[in-house]
Design a protein around this ligand. Structure first.
Ligand code: PRP
Ligand code: URA
Length: 210
C-alpha cells in the first residue's frame, strides 16, 4: 500500500473503534467515542506541525520556549458525518479555523454530489486537514479534495476513521500529495459501496437517523 497512509494503531484508538463497530452501541456512546477517537487522531495528524520559539518569563527566569509557528490550521468537515470527527479535533485545537464541504453519495451511482461549500478565504495559506469518518469508494474524499484544491488549498491531509483498500487506492492515485490517516484499513467494499466489516453508515450512527 502507498507510503502516504498512516494507520493510527494506538491501543486507545483501536479499543474505541471496536466499541464503535458494535451495532448495539447506543447513539450517545457512539458519538462520545467518535469524539474521543478524533482527539487522538488529531494528536497524530498534527505530530509534524512546525514550531518556533517565543520568549516567556517563568516565575524563576526568562526562556525561549516552543510554540506553534505560522497561521492556524483549518479543519474541513465533509458533511455531515465529518462533523462527528470535527468536534473531537476542536477539543484539542480550539483555535483552528473550520470549513465545510457538503457532499452526499448518490445511492445508485455512488458518485459524490456537492450541496455546500464554505471555507476561510485564505485557505491557501493554511494547513488543511479534511475530516470524514469513512473512505469507502473515496468518491467523496476525492471530490472534497478536488474542490478544496480548486479553491486554492495547497497543503492538505485527510483523516478518516475507517478506510477500504479500494478507497485508499483510488484516493492515493487521485491525490498522491495528500497524506492519509486512518484508524483501520478494513477488508473490502460490498456491492452497495459499504465498508466490510465496517461500522455501517457513519452519519446514521452519529445522528441516530436509522
Ligand atoms: C458517507 C461518509 C463519506 C462517504 C464515504 O457519507 O461520511 O462522506 O459516505 O463514501 P465514499 O468513499 O464511497 O464516497 P454519506 O454520503 O453517507 O453522507 P452523510 O455524511 O451526509 O451521511
Ligand atoms: N459511508 C458510510 O457511512 N459507511 C460505509 O461503510 C461506506 C460509506
Amino acid at each position: 500500500m502507498d507510503s502516504q497512509i498512516t494507520i493510527v494503531d494506538h491501543p486507545l484508538v483501536q479499543h474505541k473503534l471496536t466499541l464503535m463497530r458494535d451495532k448495539e452501541q447506543p447513539t450517545a456512546y457512539f458519538r462520545q467515542l467518535l469524539r474521543e477517537t478524533a482527539l487522538l487522531l488529531a494528536y497524530e495528524v498534527t505530530r509534524d506541525l512546525p514550531l518556533e520559539t517565543k520568549r516567556v518569563e517563568t516565575p524563576i527566569e526568562v526562556m525561549d520556549a516552543p510554540v506553534l509557528a505560522g497561521k492556524k490550521l483549518c479543519f474541513v468537515s465533509v458533511l455531515r458525518a465529518g462533523n462527528g470527527l470535527l468536534e473531537g479535533m476542536l477539543d484539542l485545537l480550539p483555535s483552528a479555523r473550520v470549513g465545510h464541504v457538503g457532499l452526499y453519495r448518490d445511492p445508485e451511482t455512488l458518485e459524490a454530489v456537492e450541496y455546500y461549500y464554505k471555507v476561510p478565504q485564505d485557505i491557501g495559506e493554511r494547513l488543511v486537514i479534511v475530516v470524514d469518518p469513512m473512505l469507502a469508494t473515496a468518491n467523496s474524499g476525492i471530490a472534497a479534495v478536488d474542490r478544496l484544491k480548486q479553491g486554492g488549498a495547497r497543503q492538505l491531509k485527510f483523516v478518516c476513521l475507517l478506510a477500504a483498500p479500494e478507497g485508499v487506492a483510488a484516493f492515493t492515485a487521485a491525490h498522491p500529495d495528500v497524506p492519509l490517516y486512518t484508524a483501520a484499513l478494513d477488508r473490502e467494499l460490498n456491492d452497495h459501496g459499504y465498508i466490510l466489516p465496517g461500522l455501517g453508515d457513519a452519519g446514521d450512527r452519529i445522528y441516530g437517523t436509522r
